[in-house]
Design a protein. Structure first.
Ligand code: MN
Length: 522
């Protein structure tokens, strides 16, 4: 593998990287190549390929140089022992922060269905101080899923289930449809092989017929739009993902002949006005199915998705779903939050001729709370010449508090059409989420100490605590735990609680046990 080829592949996917960006990416590539030089994948390939693929994924989502560099370095701390300090020295604080964030996420292990929802929620709350960390983790997982067949069989199923139950929903909530779909379909095969085969067969049988119908529709549509004087548009067909189809069949308990969106015709136009005009034209050629006309432009889905949907009789008795949207809506549907990470408010190139009001109304409200500095006054961003959505990353990092919408992550994720957000008050603002060394999440009140942690894990551990390590370092017992700390409690048989612990214990649980233990002793 030629070095320059890999770097060039990354740079080619970036949107007009500056000389500085190019230099940074090249430097990170050389650094990663050296750090991982003796490191191989299960496939036997050099580990570097995984890092390059992760970086390419990030570049194709339009992420900036820093995020891409963090993608190249994301396994260097955990796997080959590079010190976070070294990363900071070579690449700066922000990249160190991103790499450490991804490293922490890697400590979380999937513990099975009964706990996954809770873990999922806490995982996010505890670690997504910056949404870029999650996006890197998603692209890391995507490449791991693309190469899952090389992983020992015993591990495959766990990884596939974890992907379906944790990572695909995260991609969904972040609105990154393109990643969600691929993650789901890659995982489906290993998580539920029988269902996968059955669904695949069903879909294959139906696809030919549906694609022929779409072709016909597409030709008729182009003619009608032309006659109506709409010349600026493009169409594309999308076939439903296998897992998404499987889920829908299971949920509705109906046969595949009752699923109308196996394939959909997409019409992409410049403005919102065009969307409604096109909807009218579509309905004038093909009769719509009543109750299937959905205006997600006026009322976007909770994850920000916007489009007009309608299901029409295609003339031959078959039904086809038609989705109408602007270029911006299309990009947001595919790239979600990734398409927003790089802007500051109001500077996003909008749909041609779009009034400001529409833009305001449809900007992902919740994105703001996830993106450091979003909506605040920040350094100017460079918008590329072609006025595309990709702009260069800002250089500032301002920690933000957890957004409210994360709370709804733990709830039943029924279906994209049906779930509703529950924007309750932010109960997480006064909790910290810390990890056991094996990745279990323990939530505690803010300012909790290792003593609280020990008792939260088990009263025996609290009662015999000898010392505590936070992130690998011995700490005093009055240390205030921070989000995403990894806490290890050392115990000795002879150790007993002391009255001093009452001063540092914040939780009622810990205090009660300490008192009990002291009373027993005296
Ligand atoms: Mn990795």
């Amino acid at each position: 593998m030629s070095e320059m080829t890999s770097v060039k592949e990354i740079l080619d996917l970036m949107d007009g990287p500056s000389a500085e960006d190019t230099e940074l990416v090249l430097k990170a590539y050389v650094f990663a190549a050296e750090a991982h030089k003796d490191h191989k994948r299960f496939s036997g390939e050099p580990y570097l390929i995984h890092l390059v693929e992760t970086a390419k994924g990030l570049a194709s989502l339009g992420m900036g140089a820093k995020t891409i560099v963090a993608g190249l370095l994301h396994d260097s701390v955990e796997d080959v022992g590079v010190l976070p300090e070294t990363i900071e020295k070579e690449f700066g604080k922000e990249i160190r922060f991103l790499v450490e964030g991804v490293t922490k996420l890697g400590h979380l292990k999937y513990r099975g269905a009964e706990r996954h929802r809770e873990s999922l929620r806490k995982l996010l709350v505890a670690t997504s101080k910056d949404v870029r960390v999650l996006i890197i983790k998603l692209m890391d997982r995507l490449h791991n899923m693309r190469t899952l067949r090389h992983v020992p069989e015993a591990k495959r199923k766990r990884i596939a289930l974890e992907t379906l139950e944790i990572y695909a929903p995260i991609a969904h909530r972040l609105g990154i449809g393109v990643v969600r779909r691929e993650l789901e379909d890659l995982a489906f095969e290993f998580a539920q092989p029988d269902a996968y085969e059955k669904t695949k067969k069903l879909l294959t049988e139906r696809t030919k017929e549906t694609v022929e119908r779409l072709d016909k529709l597409d030709r008729g549509l182009k003619r009608a739009l032309g006659e109506a004087g709409i010349t600026e548009f493009r169409t594309d067909a999308r076939v439903k993902g296998l897992f998404s189809l499987y889920r829908k069949l299971a949920r509705k308990g109906v046969g595949i002949e009752n699923i109308y969106d196996i394939a959909a015709l997409r019409i992409i136009v410049p403005t919102v006005d065009d969307c409604y005009r096109v909807l009218g034209i579509v309905h004038s050629i093909w009769r719509p199915l009543p109750n299937k006309i959905k205006d997600y432009i006026t009322v976007p889905k909770p994850n920000g998705y916007q489009s007009l949907h309608t299901t029409v009789f295609a003339g031959d008795g078959g039904l086809v779903e038609v989705q109408i949207r602007t270029e911006r809506m299309h990009r947001e549907a595919e790239f979600g939050i990734a398409s927003h990470v790089l802007y500051k408010e109001g500077e996003a190139p909008d749909d041609a001729g779009q009034p400001l009001v529409e833009r305001k109304q449809t900007s992902f409200e919740w994105v703001r709370s996830l993106i450091p500095g979003f909506g605040k006054k920040v350094d100017p961003v460079a918008i590329s010449d072609d006025n595309s959505m990709k702009v260069r990353e800002r250089n500032r990092y301002v920690p933000t508090k957890m957004p409210e919408w994360i709370e709804s992550l733990g709830e039943e994720d029924a279906d994209e059409e049906e779930f509703e957000t529950s924007l309750k008050s932010d109960i997480f603002s006064h909790r910290v989420f810390v990890f056991t060394p094996t990745g279990d999440v323990i939530d505690l009140p803010t300012d909790s100490s290792p003593v609280d942690f020990a008792y939260a894990v088990h009263s025996d551990i609290g009662d015999h605590m000898w010392g505590a390590k936070v992130n690998g370092k011995l700490v005093p017992l009055d240390t205030k735990l921070q989000n995403a700390d990894i806490v290890h409690i050392e115990t000795r048989k002879s150790a007993r609680p002391s009255a001093k612990w009452l001063d540092v214990a914040k939780t009622a649980l810990a205090r009660r046990h300490i008192r009990l233990s002291i009373e027993r002793k005296s």
